[in-house]
Design a protein around this ligand. Structure first.
Ligand SMILES: NC(=O)c1ccc[n+]([C@@H]2O[C@H](COP(=O)([O-])OP(=O)(O)OC[C@H]3O[C@@H](n4cnc5c(N)ncnc54)[C@H](OP(=O)(O)O)[C@@H]3O)[C@@H](O)[C@H]2O)c1
Length: 256
């Protein structure tokens, strides 16, 4: 996820590469990221904490406690600390950094890598309006951004953090269907992925309700409505809602 964010920030020239210092657990990851993005690296998290005005913690949720213990005495007092982990809430962060800390709790997603990310975030009281605008610019450099109330943050992974995984499954299934009908595999992925991309753009750019757009594809008595009926019979929408509920439950159970 960190690499997706770095790639997006660099591509959009939000920061030059020499303003980014990364750390990881292993030197091999640091070297790989350095070779890919020409950013500096260190294996010492404390050095990153001392360096950063915006400190992004991109480790797995269960590592937040140990990394925060490591860096809490070393970070710049005025730095903005950005979390991207499911289940790491502001209260958890206050326990390590104090209630005066400037914290952004965010949930990005991996399409950030191609500049089409979706990041939702909330913030602690101390973050100023100017800093919020700066953080919006940061997230906007690799996609869209949405501020939400903190009580909704636990539900963001299911809708946009994790949902690319379900969309890939949908695209894979569409492509399998095409291959079954004799369409070459490469063409099938292109046809399926572009259809999904175009449909998503129609929602964002026309502002029309998804149901209206669906109706516009369904000729009365035609083939599309037969496909829609088959999806309803197989509980397509119910399956998505169940998947999201499972995702929510897991995220809440993993809460720090
Ligand atoms: N993947 C997603 O789609 C997604 C979406 C939204 C949010 N997130 C959040 O993003 C976070 C990272 O997820 P990910 O999928 O990017 O995981 P990941 O690929 O496993 O990356 C985690 C990175 O943390 C590094 N690391 C481990 N221990 C460390 C330590 N003590 N100090 C410094 N760095 C350390 C690892 O370094 P090494 O490579 O050297 O081991 C690795 O590069 C998670 O909290 C997740 O909830 C992920």
């Amino acid at each position: 996820m960190a690499q997706a964010m770095i790639a997006g920030m660099l591509r959009a020239s939000f920061v030059p590469c020499d303003h980014i210092l990364v750390s990881a657990k292993t030197e091999s990851t640091c070297k790989l990221v350095h070779d890919r993005y020409q950013v500096s690296y260190t294996l010492d998290n404390k050095k990153v904490a001392q360096f950063a005005d915006i400190l992004i913690l991109a480790v797995k949720p269960h590592l937040y406690a140990s990394v925060l213990e490591e860096i809490k005495q070393n970070r710049k007092n005025a730095s903005i600390v950005v979390t991207i982990a499911a289940g790491v809430d502001l209260e958890f962060m206050y326990n390590y950094l104090g209630e005066e800390a400037k914290i952004i709790r965010s949930m990005p997603n991996t399409p950030s890598l191609v500049g089409e990310g979706m990041t939702a975030f909330c913030h602690s009281k101390q973050v100023t309006k100017e800093e919020i605008e700066c953080i919006k610019d940061l997230f906007s450099s690799f996609g869209s951004v949405q501020t939400v109330e903190e009580k909704l943050m636990d539900y963001i992974p299911a809708i946009s953090g994790s949902s690319p995984a379900y969309v890939y499954m949908f695209i894979e299934a569409l492509a399998d269907g095409g291959v079954r009908s004799g369409i070459p595999r490469d063409a099938a992925y292109k046809l399926a992925a572009q259809a999904v991309l175009g449909a998503a753009k129609m929602i964002l750019e026309t502002g029309k309700h998804p149901g209206t757009l669906k109706d516009e594809v369904c000729t009365p008595g035609g083939a599309t409505i037969e496909a829609v009926a088959a999806l309803e019979e197989h509980k397509f929408r119910g399956a998505i809602l169940s998947a999201m509920e499972a995702c929510d439950q897991k995220n809440i159970a993993m809460k720090r």
